[in-house]
Design a protein around this ligand. Sequence first.
Ligand SMILES: [Zn+2]
Length: 79
Amino acid sequence: MAEWRENDAQWYEERMLHCATCGRMIAKRYLTDVIADRTRIFCGDGCLALFRDYVLVERGADYRPPADTGERYKKLMVK
Ligand SMILES: [Zn+2]
């Protein structure tokens, strides 16, 4: 079950949290839930729903972009 928590890092600590769906940096409050045996962090209800309904279904639990994304992008760009 999803639950809201607060990042208890002190102002001098570099403990950054990022949303598992959109990648946005989360300063204070975040939503956490266990999905596919891993605790994941989200910036809000919308990103949690999007992760369950789209990211998990279409890309899988541990999706990473292909290593050659930069090269493919350069080739496909119109000059
Ligand atoms: Zn997000």
